[in-house]
Ligand binder design. Structure first.
Ligand code: HEC
Length: 184
């Protein structure tokens, strides 16, 4: 008798567990889509703030510039890549299904974004006062980049280029990834 009760409880528990298991993956997938879209929006706001300071250097404030760079740093790299690791993203997502097939390319762009953000943070840390000319691109300086050229060749090259140049390469990385992995 005692044993029967016990078995019944186990049966009930396993039904509940099964119900939970079917409910959890889909809502977790939706959560991650909401989260990654919010992160993308936060990065867009941060990029806009940096862009404004390059357009009007008098408005440059190192603290705000760093905060924006750090926002992008903290939402790129493995954090960004990790938000695109599930297959069934749901209808509210604009992510293309080729992300999983082209994992390496996607992850590399997520990491490039982080490298650029780290370089921007370092530039602002070095320049707490007004924005020096050394942070700006010189007139006529080739932008570099292009679909294959956004990849950071090495850390030294990155730390030597003006912050504005790194910023443009960063924006190209956003655009290149969207062109390949985001629906119109
Ligand atoms: C490694 C690839 C990749 C990079 C780099 C990247 N994005 Fe995205 N972004 C995506 C994908 C994929 C989506 C679609 C996500 C979804 O809907 O699930 C997206 C969506 C967005 C959205 C729309 C969010 C929404 O509410 O639907 C914005 C805005 C955005 N990205 C801005 C940026 C900015 C700004 C940068 C650069 C600072 C950037 N992204 C870099 C892949 C990337």
């Amino acid at each position: 008798m005692r044993q029967t009760t016990c078995t019944n409880n186990v049966g009930l528990l396993s039904i509940m567990a099964a119900l939970l298991m079917t409910a959890v993956p889909s809502s977790a997938a939706e959560d991650v889509v909401v989260l990654r879209q919010a992160d993308m929006k936060a990065m867009a706001a941060a990029a806009k703030s940096i862009s404004g300071m390059f357009k009007d250097p008098a408005s440059y404030k190192a603290v705000e510039f760093r905060w924006a760079a750090d926002t992008i740093r903290d939402k790129s790299g493995v954090v960004l890549a990790g938000h695109f690791s599930i297959e069934a993203a749901g209808p509210q997502s604009k992510a293309k299904p080729n992300i999983l097939e082209e994992r390496d390319r996607f992850d590399r762009m997520a990491n490039d974004l982080r490298d650029y953000a780290v370089a921007l943070d370092a530039a602002a840390e070095k320049n707490p006062g007004p924005m020096p000319a050394s942070m700006r691109m010189k007139p006529g300086e080739p932008m570099g980049g292009g679909p294959l050229g956004t990849h950071v060749r090495n850390e030294q090259e990155l730390s030597e280029m003006p912050a504005e140049h790194a910023f443009h390469l960063m924006l190209q990385t956003c655009a290149t990834c969207h062109a390949r992995f985001r629906m119109e």
